[in-house]
Design a protein around this ligand. Structure first.
Ligand SMILES: [Zn+2]
Ligand SMILES: [Zn+2]
Length: 356
């Protein structure tokens, strides 16, 4: 993610902004050319011209009416929803204010996830074009009176997210119960999307054997593997080979966990670059903990370069967090085996062979 300048007044803007706090300009996000643009009303009601994309006419995604989206689509588009929102299959009953507030938080995370998908030019097919395997979301409230608790997960492109995950206390309780160091809405989108992109890029992309060589044989029974994970926990030496304990459950989960981390890393590095961040700890006489982000992480095809920036940066920001008495920004250790897996994910997102 990056920051954006207001085209009217040069105020620094954030991805979710809908108006400029300094000049009052109405703002909308254009996925192409990746700009948060100041808008001017055009001829017809609800249509705008965009300072960042002269010549075109734009209108807001229908979810803008619910304060759930600030993305634009072409004025003559047949779609009602933007590139991110057209994948919503089910949203909760937003006449209930609590549901609506939770859904809006989910949408913030979803749009950030889509920002990365689009930056990486990943294949995004919705359910209208591919009813069987297109990417779709069900954001569902629990129905306790029916004894129904929504399970977050992925099934053939359909990602279900329990609405209650948007409740901070509930999510923290689940994180503690699962023994996880990190649990966020954005993390859910990044993890579950990994299953969808595995279908597209690995299974349908002819990379299955290569993927198995890195993540292991996914032919083993998935249900039995998960049950074993919940009964026995991870192997004692899991940190040597896996980014998280959940990644040890099955090669598909290892892939999704590693995929999520790849997105965490490139997106956070992009923001570090946008901020001009450099770290050079005075106590470090070796220079190993020094870094600047002098490259576009979304375009990098060298995982070693990415790691040379990422590791020092996480040491720095984790140290800042500890100074404030809060949890580490990045509470994970990346072993050489995990970096190799991240390298495979990177090659997948760029359509190249590792090392090639
Ligand atoms: Zn402005
Ligand atoms: Zn939208």
């Amino acid at each position: 993610m990056r920051l954006f300048p207001c085209q009217n007044c040069s105020q620094v803007l954030h991805f979710e902004n809908t108006s400029c706090v300094k000049c009052g300009a109405v703002l909308g996000y254009l996925p192409e050319p990746n700009a948060l643009s100041a808008l001017e009303p055009a001829g017809d009601e609800g249509e705008f011209t965009a300072r960042a994309a002269p010549g075109g006419v734009w209108r807001f995604c229908d979810n803008a009416r619910e304060d759930a989206c600030n993305w634009l689509l072409p004025g003559d588009s047949e779609e009602r929803f933007c590139l991110a929102c057209r994948h919503n299959r089910t949203i909760p009953d937003i006449s209930d204010p609590l549901n609506k507030a939770r859904w809006q938080k989910i949408e913030v995370a979803k749009h950030r996830a889509f920002y990365s998908f689009i930056r990486l030019r990943l294949p995004l097919t919705d359910r209208t074009r591919d009813p069987e395997g297109g990417l779709a979301f069900d954001f569902l409230a629990d129905a306790p009176e029916a004894g129904q608790q929504v399970m977050t997960g992925h099934d053939n492109g359909l990602i279900t997210l329990a609405l209650v995950e948007a409740d901070d206390a509930e999510r923290a309780a689940r994180r503690a119960a699962m023994g996880e160091p990190y649990r966020t809405l954005l993390g859910h989108f990044r993890h579950e999307s990994g299953h969808y992109f595995w279908d597209r890029l690995v299974r349908d992309g002819g990379r299955l054997e290569e993927c198995r060589a890195v993540f292991g044989d996914d032919g083993q029974d998935y249900g039995a593997a998960l049950q074993r994970h919940y009964d026995q926990g991870p192997p004692a030496d899991w940190q040597g080979n896996f980014v998280s304990t959940y990644a040890t459950a099955h090669p598909w989960e290892d892939f999704a966990e590693t995929w999520a981390h790849y997105l965490h890393i490139v997106d956070t590095l992009e923001m570090a670059r946008a901020l001009g961040m450099e770290v050079s700890p005075r106590a470090d006489r070796t220079g190993e903990l020094s870094a600047e982000v002098a490259f576009d992480p979304y375009r990098s095809t060298d995982i070693a370069t990415v790691m040379e920036a990422w590791v020092p940066l996480t040491v720095a920001v984790n140290s800042l967090n500890r100074s404030m008495g809060i949890a580490d920004l990045y509470p994970f250790v990346l072993s050489p085996a995990v970096v190799r897996k991240l390298g495979f994910i990177q090659s997948l997102t760029h359509g190249t062979v590792p090392g090639g």
